[in-house]
Design a protein. Structure first.
Length: 330
C-alpha cells in the first residue's frame, strides 16, 4: 500500500511539462471550449466567495475565463498569472490540496502589497502540429495556425485590466506563470513587449525552441496528453541535459522586433527539476539575453535529488518574485 500511495503521488507530480505541465490542484478545470462559457466550477465559486470576481472574455471563438481581485488602490500595478498545464486559474485562489497552497500564498502576498491580481485560464483546445488535441495547456508554441492565447492575452492587457483599474491606480503590468504558464509568459512578454513592464517565468523554458507531441500515452491525465520535445536535440525536456546544444538552427522566429523596447525578466526555478530540466531554463535565458532583454539574475533553489517535486511553485520564490516586480515600478 505504501508503494502504491507513493506511486500515485509521483504520478500526480509528474503531470508536469512531460505530460501536462504540472498545473496541479485537482482535475476539475474550467473548460474554455467553444460556445457559451461553462457555469462556474466549485473551485471558482470558492474563489468568488473569497472575493474574486469572474470575468468572461470572448476571444477567437472561445469563452475565456478570468478571476481577478484588487486592493482599493493599485499601488504596485497588476500581476497576470498563468497556471501550469493540466491546472486551472483557480490554483492561485483556492488550495483544496496542499501542493498548490504555495501558489495561493503568492497571490495573498501580492494583494497585501498593493498589486491587483488577474488569474487567467488556458483553453482545452490546443492541438499539436499534427492536429492532435493536447488538452489543458497554453498555446505557447509557434505553429502555422493562428495562436489561441495571444489574442486573449492582448485583450486582457489592452482592455480588461485598464477597464478595471481605478483612476489613481498604477499602470504597470507584470506577467508570471508556472511551467507551461512560464513558457507562455515568455511568449506573451516577447509578443507584447510594449504592454508588459516585467516578467518572471517559474520553472519555464523556451516557447520558440520546443514542440509538443500530443499522442496520448499511458499515465497521461484525462485533460492533457503528450510530451514536450526540444527542437534541437529532439529529447524530452524532462531528460537531464535535454536542451543543451551548441547552436540553435531550429529556433522558431521570435515575435519581437529587434528595435522594440524589451521588458526585463527574472527566472525562478529549482536546479533539480525533473520535469523541466535546468538546461531548458538556461536555454531560454540565453535566447532572451541574445535579444537584449534586461535581466535580474536567476533565482535558483538547489538541494536534494533530481525529482518531479522540484518542479513545483515554491514558497522560496514568492518574496523575491514580488520584490523583482516592485523594483520595476516606473
Amino acid at each position: 500500500m505504501a508503494i502504491e500511495t507513493w506511486f500515485a503521488k509521483l504520478q500526480w507530480l509528474t503531470c508536469g511539462l512531460i505530460l501536462c505541465a504540472c498545473g496541479g490542484g485537482g482535475s476539475t478545470a474550467a473548460s474554455s471550449g467553444l460556445g457559451a462559457a461553462a457555469e462556474p466550477t466549485p473551485q471558482e465559486l470558492q474563489c468568488q466567495k473569497a472575493g474574486w470576481a469572474r470575468e468572461v472574455v470572448s476571444s477567437t471563438g472561445l469563452k475565456r475565463l478570468v478571476l481577478w481581485k484588487a486592493p482599493d488602490v493599485w499601488t504596485r500595478g497588476a500581476v497576470v498569472i498563468m497556471h501550469g498545464g493540466g491546472g486551472t486559474h483557480t490554483n492561485f485562489c483556492v488550495a483544496n490540496v496542499s501542493s498548490i497552497a504555495t501558489q495561493v500564498r503568492f497571490t495573498d502576498m501580492a494583494l497585501a502589497q498593493g498589486f491587483a491580481v488577474f488569474l487567467i485560464d488556458s483553453s482545452d483546445q490546443v492541438s499539436d502540429n499534427d492536429g492532435r488535441i493536447c488538452g489543458k495547456v497554453w498555446d505557447d508554441e509557434v505553429r502555422a495556425r493562428a495562436n489561441l492565447d495571444l489574442p486573449f492575452i492582448e485583450d486582457l492587457l489592452r482592455r480588461v485590466i485598464p477597464g478595471k483599474r481605478p483612476s489613481s491606480g498604477r499602470t504597470e503590468i507584470f506577467v508570471t506563470g508556472h511551467s507551461s504558464g512560464g513558457y507562455m509568459a515568455v511568449r506573451a512578454a516577447s509578443h507584447f513587449p510594449e504592454l508588459v513592464t516585467a516578467f518572471a517565468p517559474v520553472a519555464g523554458g523556451d516557447p520558440y525552441g520546443w514542440s509538443r507531441d500530443c499522442t496520448r500515452r499511458p499515465g497521461d491525465r484525462d485533460n492533457v496528453a503528450g510530451v514536450g520535445l526540444d527542437n534541437e536535440t529532439r529529447r524530452q525536456i524532462s531528460e537531464s541535459g535535454a536542451c543543451e546544444a551548441s547552436n540553435y538552427p531550429n529556433e522558431k522566429t521570435w515575435d519581437d522586433s529587434p528595435s522594440a523596447s524589451k521588458p526585463p525578466f527574472r527566472q525562478f526555478h529549482h536546479a533539480q527539476d525533473g520535469i523541466n530540466d535546468r538546461s531548458c531554463v538556461a536555454k531560454v535565458r540565453a535566447q532572451l539575453l541574445a535579444r537584449k532583454y534586461p535581466e535580474e539574475p536567476p533565482f535558483m533553489v538547489d538541494g536534494g535529488s533530481r525529482s518531479a517535486a522540484a518542479h513545483s511553485w515554491l514558497d522560496e520564490y514568492n518574496t523575491p518574485l514580488l520584490e523583482f516586480f516592485a523594483s520595476r515600478l516606473r
